[in-house]
Design a protein around this ligand. Structure first.
Ligand code: ADP
Ligand code: MG
Length: 564
């Protein structure tokens, strides 16, 4: 059976690729996933740590302010504090080493300002706080840190207030904290160019100005980045209920973000920090890129290696198949040829004797025609012609016998001197009748300078016969087969050419014609062995066989044989 080498090629190649690529991919992908997880965890942890550190700084800041206010409240007499000149001196001492306060005020239990030092004197000195929420809170709790609010000054600020008791009387010492201090602490949480951080109160109102979206006391707004992004009103999820700390990778309307939040201990605030994964995970993306690149390079190497290896393997198999086919078929052929040659020798011998006798008698008759006085005979001309014809035909029969004997002798494998043109003549002679019958002309195009070569005559004859048979088959009927020879002086080789005007071959056929059992002829007509055997014979004789073909125009087979 003819093997499908292309299919075999793919099977082998895919098997090799499959067995090496699948483990490679499994290992790479799982390592990548693992690395991804670990790295993301690390980044989250880092983010949380930073938010906690900011939160702790903020707590420290607030605690220090509270401590300072307590100190002022408890180390001064209320009668001194309500003196605005005295209060002004106290405030300038508090203010001296830090820029933490905006103003200071002493308020009585009816909510009226008794003394005020600060930039809003005109607005606030006459203000009454009795109905303000912070006023209730401090009266009931003793100490109060407010959220950010607008107040009478219509400007965002927040206050810390403590109760002062003296002889059953109560006053309130109230300080406005400079929001810039809080902003500074929060802004240190911005790391990347896309990160943001802000504080919200228990009702999700902004207490500081975020980097990208939202006003004081409004809900924080998320901003998308990138070209052509619509930044409608995308709110952050409400994180005001954060109990301690949290970090999460989440999607805000399809936008991937890291959010970390920590609740401030000394107030009801929550510090929120947002990071873009694109930014903080960029080393990971870079790692992925290299992994994909290396994997791709690995795949390429595997595929190339597999293809090269498979090519070599399939070529070997093809070669072995050819040799096997040639060996088995040649044995059969050789046996047939030996039988045939014996028969030919026998026939030649048997027919030679009668032929000799006919020739002798014809000669004698010729002599007689001259010697006797038969010239007067009116049929003398016809006698003479008949005798000539007998001699001609005997001559022809002798040539046939000669060929037969030559053929018989040649069956022994040998290295002999061969006249290539004679060999071609004899071999075409075998097929001339058959060719004439289907109107195929055999033309000869021999070079005169073709030298004798040393090779195996019968094997070359077998090859030429195969090629001639194929040429005649390819033409079918009406066409020309040209048999040619040439001496290639430069390489000291002889070229034999058999060209036909037959149907030609496609590229796909050309690739297969030397494969054993490849045939396009119907069952019983073609064996598919002719060319495969010819190929291995010529190769064994140290020569080459080549083919050129054009569909619809014809085919040229070229055999090149070394002179020795
Ligand atoms: P077979 O003659 O038994 O088919 P061969 O090995 O001699 O086997 O040839 C194999 C095939 O190669 C043929 O079936 C034919 O398709 C193609 N072939 C060979 N010689 C020619 C030619 N001269 N022109 C066209 N096709 C050819
Ligand atoms: Mg053939």
């Amino acid at each position: 059976m003819e093997r499908n080498y292309t299919k075999l090629w793919w099977q082998h190649c895919l098997a090799i690729v499959g067995f090496s690529v699948i483990p490679l991919l499994i290992v790479n992908l799982s390592l990548h996933a693992l690395f991804n997880d670990i790295y993301t965890d690390k980044v989250s942890e880092n983010l949380l740590n930073r938010v906690e550190a900011r939160r702790d700084t903020l707590d420290l800041f607030l605690n220090e302010r509270v401590a300072q206010i307590y100190t002022v409240a408890h180390t001064n007499k209320i009668s001194d504090l309500i003196d605005e000149a005295y209060l002004g001196r106290v405030f300038s001492i508090m203010h001296a080493k830090s820029d933490s306060y905006v103003d200071i005020g002493v308020i009585d239990k009816a909510g009226n300002h008794l003394a005020y030092v600060g930039p809003y004197y005109d607005v606030l000195k006459s203000a009454n706080y009795k109905n303000e929420p912070w006023f209730y809170a401090v009266m009931s709790q003793g100490l109060y840190i407010s959220d950010v609010f607008m107040g009478y000054r219509h400007y965002p600020h927040f206050i810390i207030a403590v109760l002062i008791r003296e002889k059953n009387e109560t006053w309130i010492l109230r300080l406005t904290i400079n929001l810039k201090n809080v902003d500074d602490i929060v802004q240190k949480a911005w790391i990347g160019t896309l990160s943001d951080a802000f504080i919200i109160n228990s009702t999700n109102q902004l207490q500081t100005l975020p980097r990208f979206g939202g006003e004081y006391l409004s809900a924080p707004i998320f901003k998308r980045f990138g070209k052509g992004t619509d930044n409608g009103n995308i709110p952050y999820p409400d994180l005001s209920a954060t109990a301690k700390t949290r970090v999460e990778r989440m999607s805000i309307q399809g936008n991937d973000v890291f959010i970390a939040a920590a609740s401030v201990r000394s107030s009801a605030w929550v510090l929120v920090s947002k990071e873009s994964p694109d930014e903080i995970l960029s080393p990971l993306a870079q790692g992925s890129f290299w992994m994909y690149l290396l994997t791709a390079a690995g795949l390429l190497a595997i595929c190339t290696g597999a293809a090269l290896f498979t090519n070599a393997l399939i070529n070997r198999i093809r070669e072995t198949d050819r040799e096997n086919a040639a060996n088995s078929d040649m044995l059969l052929q050789a046996n047939k040829m030996i039988a045939l040659s014996k028969m030919a020798a026998g026939i030649a011998h048997e027919v030679n004797n009668p032929l000799a006798s006919i020739a002798e008698n014809a000669g004698w008759m010729k002599d007689l025609l001259v010697e006797e006085d038969l010239t007067a005979n009116p049929n003398i001309k016809e006698f003479s012609d008949a005798v000539d014809k007998i001699e001609q035909h005997v001559d022809r029969a002798r040539k046939v016998i000669h060929n037969l004997l030559g053929f018989a002798r040649r069956m022994e494998p040998a290295k002999e001197k061969i006249n290539v043109n004679n060999l071609l003549d004899e071999t075409t002679g075998f097929l001339e009748n058959e060719a004439r019958y289907v109107n195929i002309q055999i033309e000869k195009d021999y070079a005169d300078d073709v030298p004798t070569i040393t090779s195996d005559l019968s094997q070359i004859q077998q090859v030429v016969l195969n090629l001639l048979n194929n040429a005649i088959d390819a033409i079918g009927s009406n066409g020309v087969v040209t048999v040619g020879s040439r001496y290639l002086a430069k390489s000291n080789e002889v070229e034999i050419r058999i060209a036909d005007t037959g149907k030609g071959m496609t590229e796909a056929e050309l690739n297969k014609i030397f494969d054993p059992f490849f045939t396009t002829k119907e069952i019983g007509k073609g064996t598919g062995l002719g060319l495969s055997i010819s190929y291995s014979i010529i190769e064994k004789l140290g020569g080459k066989i080549k083919v050129q073909s054009t569909v619809g125009e014809g085919t040229i087979f070229t055999i090149i044989l070394p002179k020795h």
